[in-house]
Write a protein that binds this ligand. Structure first.
Ligand code: GTP
Ligand code: MG
Length: 211
């Protein structure tokens, strides 16, 4: 008898993610799964964006080890929770379900889940989110959408971070955009710098349009 363990794991995850999505719907909570490479600036983007938001926010942080990202987010004054995956390269719905128990859901209408830094594994795991935001950074190179299609094809929005470093890089936003459109024509794209704040008005507008 052939046992397809991966299919079973994904089916179980999808069932739990469906329950989480229904719960978010009932509570009118909009949830974004924030994904991207290690060090792309996922936490830095959230640190700048969260204080700009006129709605109540919480952030769930996913990392292999340490609580550093949740500590950084808590300094903005919003609720945060840290998941440590103990080696796993992605979050799954069961981990998110446990973290949700530590958040006052009555107090929020917007939730960001920062996934483990990885451009492959997180894409296969539904967390019950409304949609997906990929944070890319210009130091990764402008060819990444086509090289990591499984991730980029699931994005609703790609935030291209670290635009303040463009002068010293060979990154061309038009190459990146062309590759993204090939993989995922419906994704939006917003270039930003989490250091200077460039692009954050547009990013804020994108989030609030979907709130
Ligand atoms: N110059 C510049 N540096 C940035 C920007 N955004 C983030 N950084 C720096 O990039 C490094 C990584 O930022 P993080 O926010 O920790 O990145 P991350 O994607 O959350 O990383 P992981 O959670 O470890 O995957 C830090 O040293 C940040 O200060 C930016 O817009 N410009
Ligand atoms: Mg981070």
């Amino acid at each position: 008898m052939k046992v397809n363990v991966m299919t079973d794991i994904l089916q179980a995850n999808d069932l739990l993610a469906r329950d989480i999505r229904n719960m978010f719907h009932d509570r009118k909570i909009v949830c974004w799964n924030v994904m991207g490479s290690p060090g792309a600036g996922k936490t830095a983007m959230l640190e700048r964006l969260v204080p700009m938001l006129p709605v109540k926010v919480a952030v769930i942080e996913g990392d292999l080890a340490t609580s550093r990202d949740a500590e950084r987010i808590s300094k903005t004054g919003v609720q945060s929770a840290q998941i440590n995956t103990n080696g796993a390269c992605h979050l799954d719905a069961a981990m998110v379900r446990s973290a949700l128990d530590t958040i006052e859901l009555d107090d929020i209408s917007l939730l960001f889940i920062e996934n483990v830094g990885n451009l492959v594994c997180p894409s296969g795991f539904d967390l019950g989110e409304k949609g997906r935001i990929i944070v890319a950074s210009i130091t990764e190179g402008d060819d990444k959408p086509e090289k990591y299609p499984s991730m980029y094809k699931t994005a609703d929005l790609v935030v291209v971070n670290k635009m303040d470093m463009q002068e010293n890089s060979n990154f061309k936003i038009e190459n990146f955009e062309k590759g993204l459109k090939t993989i995922n024509p419906s994704s939006d794209i917003v270039p930003v710098s989490s250091v200077t704040g460039e692009g954050f008005d547009k990013l804020l507008g994108w989030i609030l349009d979907r709130q």
